[in-house]
Design a protein around this ligand. Structure first.
Ligand code: NI
Length: 136
C-alpha cells in the first residue's frame, strides 16, 4: 500500500453556539468562535488515500482525479459559504473542525475509484490547530 495526499484550501464562515446554553456559557466555552455575527477561517484540507500503484501508470490514483472528487463533493459546497447555514452535510451539527472532518470523510469515502480507499482526512482550522479522522 502507498499513501497519497492531496491538499486543498477553502475559506468558510461559522459560529459555534449551543442553543441549550446561556450566551455567557457559550462565550466562555467557544470564545471567539461564539461571535454572534459569524467569523471565518482559512481552512486547509489534507485528504490521504491508500492504494497500490497501477502497473500501467505507477499511480495509486491520479492526483488530478482525486482533486476533482474533493472539489465536486466538498470544496464547491463549502468554499466561501457559511457552514452553519449553507452546507447541506453540516445541517444540525456543531460546525467544529472535528465534525467538519467527519462530514468530509462521509462525503468522500464512497466516491473514490475502485481499488482506492480513504485513509485520513486532516483538516487545519488554523495553522496551529488541526484534526485528523481515520473513519472511526
Ligand atoms: Ni471559529
Amino acid at each position: 500500500m502507498v499513501y497519497l495526499t492531496r491538499v486543498e484550501h477553502f475559506n468558510a464562515a461559522h459560529k459555534l453556539y449551543n442553543p441549550n446554553w446561556t450566551k455567557e456559557k457559550n462565550e466562555s466555552i467557544f470564545r471567539g468562535c461564539a461571535n454572534e455575527n459569524w467569523h471565518g477561517h482559512n481552512y486547509e484540507l489534507h485528504v490521504t488515500i491508500k492504494g497500490s500503484p497501477s502497473p500501467d501508470t505507477g499511480y495509486a490514483i491520479d492526483a488530478r482525479i482525486l482533486s476533482k472528487i474533493i472539489n465536486e463533493f466538498v470544496i464547491n459546497k463549502i468554499d466561501h459559504k457559511n457552514l452553519n447555514i449553507d452546507v447541506d452535510f453540516m445541517q444540525g451539527k456543531m460546525t467544529s473542525a472535528e465534525n467538519l472532518a467527519i462530514a468530509i470523510w462521509d462525503q468522500l469515502a464512497t466516491r473514490l475509484p475502485d481499488g482506492v480507499q480513504l485513509h485520513c482526512v486532516k483538516l487545519f482550522e488554523t495553522p496551529r490547530i488541526f484534526v485528523e479522522y481515520f473513519g472511526n
